[in-house]
Design a protein around this ligand. Sequence first.
Ligand SMILES: [Zn+2]
Length: 283
Amino acid sequence: MKNELEQVFDNIAAAVTPEPQDYTHPETGILHCGKCHTPKQCRVTLFGKEKLMPCTCQCRQEQIEKEEQAQKEQQRLDRIRRLKANGLQDRALLAYTFAQDDGTNPTMQHAHRYVRHWAEVKSQGRGLLLWGSVGTGKTFAAACIANALTEQGVPVLMTNFSKILNSLSGMFSEDRNKYLASLGEFDLLIIDDLGIERNSEYAQEQVYNIVDSRYLSRLPFIITTNLTLSELKNPKDTAHARIYDRILERCAPVLFGGKNYRTENAENTKNAIREIFTQEDSL
Ligand SMILES: [Zn+2]
């Protein structure tokens, strides 16, 4: 008497429907694919009896793999689209990519290196401080990093403190905490234009909270600012000092453009960058 399980296998075996071009091999009696000429059945012993069970021929197997590949690629693209929508809300930033770099600014090499060394800098929680006067390409460099890493599936948020403070201002304290915690879900946080936000005690407190939270959780962040390195190193009060100290401790300063600061920057950048990219050839 057949048990239930045996019946299930028999049903599977009977469910093979040959394509018109398929054929039964004259010697083995096994169904072969008319396209790739490999078996569509295999002989197995089940419940003491030999049975012909369906199996996947080579061309079907290749088709399945291709479909899985396509599905995976689609999922990857969907994920990147979502990451971009969440992390690069300013649509203009999407156009700032390494492909758009005309190669005239040698400082861009640091942005390239940051992306190349992502695994390493991420594990060390190391970031960059892109400083220099207006219009020197700091935002461009930061957005290039954001786009390149996002393309690799890394969650990056690029924003500025004014935007964050605006979002916070309409929230109750519970939502505010949730919002601040949500920033920690991004592997990289890029804060554009440090120093343009409101200077109120409340604003500085929030800025400190965000910087401190990245600092404590050893998550990397990149800051761009028009402030000079010496302004960051010699803050006007302790409220600013505690923010800037944490930034300077985690972010390697890189000067953009300003000839005036060249000497101040040269040694700083060299040392900091050497520290951050320990595993690459010397500068
Ligand atoms: Zn086939």
